[in-house]
Ligand binder design. Structure first.
Ligand code: ZN
Ligand code: ZN
Length: 94
């Protein structure tokens, strides 16, 4: 629990991201995201999700609440690489 098997990084801690982050990571393109919650893991959501989607209420959140369509686990090393390489571009865009 809490680990993912990454093709590039091997066994890694995971972090949770909204489903918009996967394609952005894959394309290495910037996306504005915020640390939405620190729960069992850090949970990141893009601005659109935070603004427009109904995110689970924290009080009722458990592991099962994360296993819906909104969020999924990803390798924290991949995530950090993507974030570091795209962060400046993301914050510079209007
Ligand atoms: Zn999103
Ligand atoms: Zn990785």
């Amino acid at each position: 629990m809490g680990l993912v098997q990454c093709d590039r990084h091997g066994r890694q801690d995971n972090t949770w991201v909204c489903d918009h982050v996967y394609p952005a990571m894959k394309a290495d393109s910037p996306l504005k995201i915020e640390l939405w919650r620190e729960f069992l893991w850090n949970i990141w959501a893009c601005e659109e999700c935070i603004r427009t989607r109904r995110l689970p209420v924290l009080e009722t959140m458990d592991e099962n609440a994360l296993n819906d369509d909104l969020f999924g686990p990803t390798c924290v090393a991949c995530f950090n690489e993507w974030r570091n390489s795209t962060q400046n571009a993301a914050s510079a865009s209007p």
